[in-house]
Design a protein around this ligand. Structure first.
Ligand SMILES: Cc1cc2nc3c(=O)[nH]c(=O)nc-3n(C[C@H](O)[C@H](O)[C@H](O)COP(=O)(O)O)c2cc1C
Length: 217
């Protein structure tokens, strides 16, 4: 069973995190899940549709997020954002890979500068110093020079920056196809098997779209 860290921060795109969590548990990974306060805010707004205000009980939001992901009981350990005693905070723990998804510009900045002020930032720091796999699924547009320079810094340090920028060559017909595409690409880098992607040139290639204009009218 592969041990993996999933950090969820306050960028738009909570659906990416939900799909990643389900795919990781489907692949029998043991997932350490840590959600930032802004991450819980975005989940509350985008998935639970609970309005624009920050949730009064972020822990309840995270519990509901895990329940809705369909993850099997016992496969997901919810870790406190301020719990720097968690195994993922130490290089001595043997977690080979971490995904931060979505990754805010704020968390990327913290990773780029090695501040390690919460468990998500610290786990990223550990992955980089131990030369393990760290994938950051960033989401912001447009990018300032600060974002771009932080992306360059984390890339030089060994992270894989994967902007949430799905392709369309697999003929997506709904939002979940776009989400699956992005998450599948991330899981490929993390070494987690999945069936989220149709692979170009394999199994007969991409299926033709039923109606290329569907969703455009
Ligand atoms: C609904 C909502 C959507 C947001 N979307 C983004 C986003 O797409 N990208 C981003 O970098 N920040 C976004 N933010 C701002 C971050 O949440 C904010 O910078 C926060 O401090 C990030 O903290 P964290 O990285 O600890 O989660 C959003 C905030 C809210 C409330």
């Amino acid at each position: 069973m592969k041990r993996i860290f999933l950090g969820v921060t306050g960028a738009s795109g909570a659906a990416y995190a939900a799909t990643a969590l389900r795919a990781m548990t489907d692949a029998d990974c043991e997932v350490g899940l840590c959600v930032s306060r802004s991450g819980a805010h975005v989940i509350s707004h985008e998935i639970l549709r609970a309005g624009r205000q920050a949730p009064a009980d972020p822990d309840a939001v995270v519990r509901e997020f895990v329940t809705r992901s369909g993850a099997a009981a016992g496969q997901v350990t919810v870790l406190g954002l301020d719990d720097l005693t968690a195994p993922f905070a130490s290089g001595s723990s043997l977690a080979p890979a971490a995904l931060i998804c979505p990754c805010s510009g704020s968390t990327m900045a913290a990773i780029a500068h090695g501040t390690g002020r919460n468990l998500i930032q610290r786990c990223a720091d550990v992955m980089l110093k131990e030369r393990r796999t760290l994938v950051l699924m960033t989401r912001e547009t447009p990018l300032s020079l600060i974002h771009i320079e932080n992306m360059a810094a984390v890339t030089r340090a060994g992270a894989i920056v994967m902007p949430a920028s799905p392709g369309f060559y697999h003929h997506p017909t709904d939002v979940s196809d776009l989400v699956d595409f992005m998450v599948g690409k991330a899981l490929d880098h993390l070494g987690v098997p999945h069936g989220l992607l149709a692979r170009w040139g394999e199994d007969g290639g991409m299926p033709p779209p039923e109606d290329p204009t569907k969703g455009m009218r």
